[in-house]
Write a protein that binds this ligand. Structure first.
Ligand code: AHR
Length: 494
């Protein structure tokens, strides 16, 4: 089958914000304990941080990491996670029915961020707590000194303020599972007052108000409207969360998941613009898609995990090649909405629905989904062009008519380079790609084709075969412009 990509240099959606390639570390399962922190591992440094994990994270070039939750944050007392480690209390984490030793707290997270070269994005507890705890945490983290809480931070070994720029006003507060779940009005009022207090401290801090936990929530999208009515003046972003699953083992439908993400984003944009119009406001509300991924493989296994342990084996999805194709499509969806989606966090980073897996005392490796993320992070930071595709479509159960190709085209003006990300959703046919690009100064030539392909959709990587699914650089002198059936591709033109 043929796929023609029509583009013009003058038709630009927007410039992709580097924070689209952010991620998420929650105090959940083995994300922290046994993931990025493992005191007795032979590869851990003096702070107990696994250097092999740091290397894998650094290679992804992640600009920002959200912390410490997730559902976890809604029953967490930040004061428990600072100060001398041996004096920190062990608490019950009601969200994940686990024990929280508080060994890895705020300072440890900030130190880890510095080592991997990323920025922190901090979530506030608006479940069990409110304005006082939130403003205290901001003062503890960001005030230079001379106040009780900034001096407390200094006494804990951090002389310089952490200068955390982005703060989430709670997490999934629309969800009945959330400790301290609220109605849209209850949450909106609280978030507005917490936001006001934080902006009084420093108006340059950026705040994310909670949108819906997903578009299937019964309160979606009226939740967004009500929350924005309350928080319009203080919020800079509205959050979106969405996880994708393939319970019915219907690959063609699963590969069309980016349609659902597209629709979700576009609906939330409409609600934001509706509230803007109602308020006669000049402000544009941006979106923070701060949790997204495939998540379903581990659901059954999770029911058998014993309660009240540290580092439980939770949400340890082993990703297949098929999942990597879906993640490739989801990254395309985020990129083609880069005019409004400024932040996106792949949930999560290590062990827990993650691109990186570790074994306690053993090796770490990249899961299949690591690779589309790696290349999107490397080549997706440019101007995303408003392309049109000429390609056949197929019908599927959930999403109707779906094009066989999911593609985005990113222009890097300085390098005079065009990068085309294409997922061929066809399970049978090779796709022959042609690029019809207008207005570019030079004759465009294909300089590289990177391919992620496997004949077995359910193939995965593991500790013994960590590179089973890994992209290959194609020989472009033979069969150029060909995207094999069921494949993720990056075509680079210059
Ligand atoms: O990422 C796992 C969980 O998914 C998060 O804790 C929560 O915010 C979401 O429901």
């Amino acid at each position: 089958m043929k796929c023609t990509v029509h583009a013009s240099k003058n038709f630009v959606i927007g410039t992709a914000d580097k924070r689209l390639f952010s991620s998420f570390v929650e105090q959940l399962g083995r994300c922290v304990y046994g993931g990025l922190y493992e005191k007795d591992h032979p590869l851990s440094d003096e702070d107990g941080l696994r250097s092999d994990v740091i290397k894998l994270v650094k290679d992804l070039d992640i600009p920002m990491v959200r912390f410490p939750g997730g559902n976890y944050v809604s029953n967490h007392r930040w004061e428990d996670s600072v100060g001398p480690i041996d004096e920190r209390p062990v608490r019950l984490d009601l969200a994940w029915k686990a024990l929280d030793p508080n060994t890895f707290g705020i300072k440890e997270f900030i130190d880890w961020c510095k080592k991997v070269g990323t920025e922190p994005m901090m979530a506030l507890n608006l479940g069990t707590r409110g304005i006082d705890a939130a403003k205290d945490l901001v003062e503890y983290c960001n005030h230079p000194g001379g106040t009780a809480l900034s001096d407390l931070r200094k006494s804990h070994g951090s002389e310089a303020p952490y200068n955390i720029k982005m703060w989430c006003l709670g997490n999934e507060m629309d969800g009945p599972w959330q400790v301290g779940h609220k109605t849209a009005d209850e949450y909106g009022r609280l978030a507005a007052e917490v936001g006001k207090a934080i902006k009084l401290f420093d108006p340059s801090l950026e705040l994310v108000a909670c949108g819906s936990s997903n578009s299937d929530m019964p309160t979606f999208p009226s939740w967004e409207e009500t929350v924005l009515e309350h928080t319009w003046e203080v919020a800079d972003y509205l959050s979106l969360h969405m996880y994708f699953r393939n319970d019915e083992d219907d690959t063609e439908t699963f590969l069309a998941s980016s349609k659902k993400m597209d629709q979700f984003i576009e609906t939330v944009v409409h609600v934001c613009d509706y509230v803007q119009a109602k308020k006669r406001s000049k402000k544009t509300m941006y979106l923070s898609f701060d949790e997204w991924n495939v998540w379903f493989h581990s659901n059954e296994q999770d029911k058998t995990e014993p309660k009240w342990n540290v580092g439980k084996h939770l949400l340890e999805d082993v990703y297949t090649f098929e999942d990597a194709l879906v993640v490739g499509c989801l990254l395309n969806s985020l990129l083609r909405h880069c005019d409004r989606v400024k932040v996106a966090c792949l949930a999560q980073l290590v062990n827990v629905i993650a691109p990186i897996m570790t074994e306690e005392g053993g090796p770490s490796w990249a899961q299949t989904i690591y690779w589309p993320f790696y290349y999107a992070s490397k080549y997706g930071r440019g101007e995303v062009l408003d392309i049109r595709l000429d390609v056949p479509t197929y019908k599927n159960h959930h999403y109707g008519e779906v094009p066989y190709a999911d593609a985005v085209l990113v222009y890097h003006a300085e390098e005079q380079e065009l990068d085309l990300f294409v997922v061929n959703r066809s399970l049978d046919e090779t796709m022959e790609i042609s690029l019809d690009a207008i207005g570019f100064p030079t004759q465009l030539k294909l300089i590289e084709h990177i391919l992620l392909h496997h004949t077995d959709l359910k193939a995965s990587n593991d500790r013994d075969n960590p590179e089973h699914i890994k992209p290959v650089v194609m020989d472009i002198t033979r069969e150029p412009y060909k995207a094999p059936r069921q494949s993720w591709n990056l075509f680079r033109f210059s």
